[in-house]
Design a protein around this ligand. Structure first.
Ligand code: ADE
Ligand code: ZN
Length: 360
């Protein structure tokens, strides 16, 4: 099954190619990746064909032309359509292996994987099929690459709280494979408070909690995710900037934000990468991480997100290091695992050629 990767043109000046190499090679963790959003059009077509599923597109080029989004909902409509080709365990396995192989090539050492159980079970795909395929891929790639992974099913917030609660009960049958739960899909009009009881139950089971908030929705949704759901990280969270008191709190409590720059530009949260607020938030001392969200749809995997942000916002080597360090600090890893990855990061930095300023 083929895959194509977006390539950025190598930069003209040597200092900028130095930092680009630093980005490509630095050990990192990815904390915000929807597995279904890593389904490349080539694989979508190959799976559709072997499963006898009809797609509303006739070619890979036609699919890519349809990936012109005006907001979150315009993306979600195509995203749910695309994942409808996934029927069998092997399909979920192949998709997950392809993502992890790509992440490994991007020097990702640890990945926390989102998936949307209700988007599959509501089409009649058993949850065992979904989790079975993802789980065998996690094991295969752990053996092949040493990468660690965690699994985080998300509730679709456009569906009812009752549907989320029923999904949670099903998920709990696989409790030992699951690290936490998340909340995603159409944000505006579906505030976190709608799911308070569901997340109370998840926390009672010892599950970790994250939630998408402040992607398109207001700062108030970020507060609700923290105070009502017990969210330990905020996925996106970039709209906190309109609320100085909230920004201060996120800083003080060092709540990680899993920011996805290419996603934000493609979904028009920011008109241009140069307008993105991540550098401001980083400079304010918030715990910012960079991630890919739905890389098959937004034109790049994690390294491309770092590269695009670096270029548009003039991120420095120390910013990149902080982002990578934050990714491990914010992961649902044990203290020992974090220490191991942070040590690898320190080793990498101390060995990476660092030209003294006057030579540049
Ligand atoms: N599901 C997949 N990607 C998402 C995003 N960026 N926001 C909300 N739900 C999603
Ligand atoms: Zn997301």
């Amino acid at each position: 099954l083929g895959m194509t990767f977006t390539r950025h043109s190598e930069s003209r000046n040597p200092m900028s190619s130095d930092i680009r190499r630093f980005i490509r090679k630095i050990p990192k963790a990815e904390l915000h990746i929807h597995l279904e959003g890593s389904l490349e059009p080539e694989m979508m077509f190959a799976i559709a064909e072997r499963n006898g599923v009809e797609l509303p597109f006739h070619s890979v080029a036609e699919v890519r032309r349809a990936y012109r989004f005006t907001n979150l909902q315009s993306f979600l409509d195509i995203y749910y359509e695309g994942m409808s080709v996934l029927l069998h365990e092997r399909d979920f396995h192949d998709m997950t292996v392809a993502y992890l192989a790509r992440a490994h090539a991007d020097t990702v050492r640890h990945a926390e994987l989102f998936f949307d159980p209700q988007a599959h079970t509501d089409r009649g795909i058993p949850l065992e099929t979904v989790i079975g395929g993802i789980q065998s891929a996690r094991e295969e790639m752990k053996n092949r690459t040493g990468m660690s992974t965690r699994l985080i099913p998300c509730f679709l917030r456009h569906l009812s709280a009752d549907s989320a609660m029923a999904s949670l009960e099903e998920i709990l049958r696989f409790r030992d494979l699951i690290t936490g739960v998340g909340l995603d899909s159409s944000e505006v009009g579906n505030p976190p408070e709608k799911f308070t009881a569901v997340f109370d139950r998840a926390r009672a089971e010892g599950l970790r909690v994250v939630a998408h908030a402040g992607e398109e929705g207001p700062p108030e949704y970020i507060r609700q995710a923290l105070d009502l759901l017990g969210s330990e990280r905020i996925d996106h969270g970039v709209r906190c900037i309109g609320d100085p008191e909230l920004v201060e709190r996120l800083k003080k409590e060092q709540i990680p934000l899993t920011v996805c720059p290419l996603s934000n530009v493609r979904l028009r949260v920011f008109e241009d990468m140069a307008d993105h607020d991540l550098k401001q938030l980083l400079d304010r001392g918030l715990r910012i991480t960079l991630n890919s969200d739905d890389p098959a749809y937004f034109g790049g995997y994690i390294t491309e997100n770092y590269l695009a942000a670096q270029e548009a916002l003039n991120l420095e080597r120390d910013d990149i290091l902080t982002l990578a360090r934050n990714s491990f600090l914010s992961a649902f890893l044990t203290t020992e695992e974090k220490a191991m990855y942070l040590e690898e990061l320190d080793r990498f930095v101390s060995r990476f050629p660092h030209k003294p300023r006057e030579e540049r």
